[in-house]
Design a protein around this ligand. Structure first.
Ligand SMILES: [Zn+2]
Length: 219
């Protein structure tokens, strides 16, 4: 009975993963090949680990209570359109304005990316290789999530517009079907001087596309 129960839990977990396990793995894998020479050797050696660990943050959602809000932010709770100018970019200012509960209830992906980046820097300073791998894979996951238009809206699964299931369609089905058509010539990774600002720019881009995603599916 216990085995059967575990089996169904696993089926449930594997069938409802945001960005799809497949897409997250591909994204982490390809990201490794954009790194500068000083980093590339280490990441190339461990590229399979980075790829496999790409889905760990989604798996954690089912066992760690605090995990879920780290993957999204309901920007439309705060703003109706871009540019984003209502919700403060910095955690402390946003906390001051809305309080921690509101922020957590509506997702904290921008601030969590920054936190993971900080942990990763510490792991690199400490030459903690297993942590470097785990945190790099986590960072790839959360950044990928920030680029998903449906991760920036309350209507994340089309449930408010009778488009149930659009999340899985966009994140799992489409990449699985069209992967061979995607352009993987990504160029080189660039050093980002203001990470939080870049995260918000990515979220602004994602949020500005969420209407299009919903409209195209409806059409
Ligand atoms: Zn996720």
């Amino acid at each position: 009975m216990r085995i059967l129960f575990t089996f169904f839990i696993l089926i449930y977990c594997f069938s409802s993963s945001p960005w799809g396990f497949f897409a997250h793995k591909e994204i982490n894998y390809h990201a490794c090949f954009t790194l500068p020479p000083e980093m590339f050797g280490f990441y190339k050696t461990n590229v399979d680990v980075i790829r496999e660990l790409a889905v760990r943050p989604d798996q954690r959602r089912y066992v760690v209570e605090e995990e879920s809000p780290r993957h999204y932010i309901d920007i439309d709770f705060y703003e109706s359109k871009v540019p984003l100018d209502t919700l403060p970019f910095y955690w402390d200012s946003a906390m001051f304005l809305y309080g921690e509960k509101v922020l957590i209830d509506h997702g904290i992906v921008p601030w969590h990316i920054l936190k993971v980046k900080y942990w990763l820097t510490q792991a690199m300073r400490n030459h903690d290789y297993s942590q470097i791998l785990e945190l790099s894979a986590d960072l790839g996951h959360y950044i990928a999530d920030a680029y998903v238009p449906l991760h920036t809206t309350k209507n994340y699964n089309g449930q408010l517009t009778n488009q149930h299931g659009i999340h899985g369609l966009w994140e799992s089905r489409l990449p699985e079907v069209f992967l061979s058509d995607y352009d993987f010539f990504l160029g080189n990774a660039k050093y980002i001087h203001k990470p939080l600002l870049s995260i918000w720019m990515a979220l602004e881009e994602s949020f500005s596309a969420h209407d299009t995603v919903l409209n195209l599916e409806r059409e």
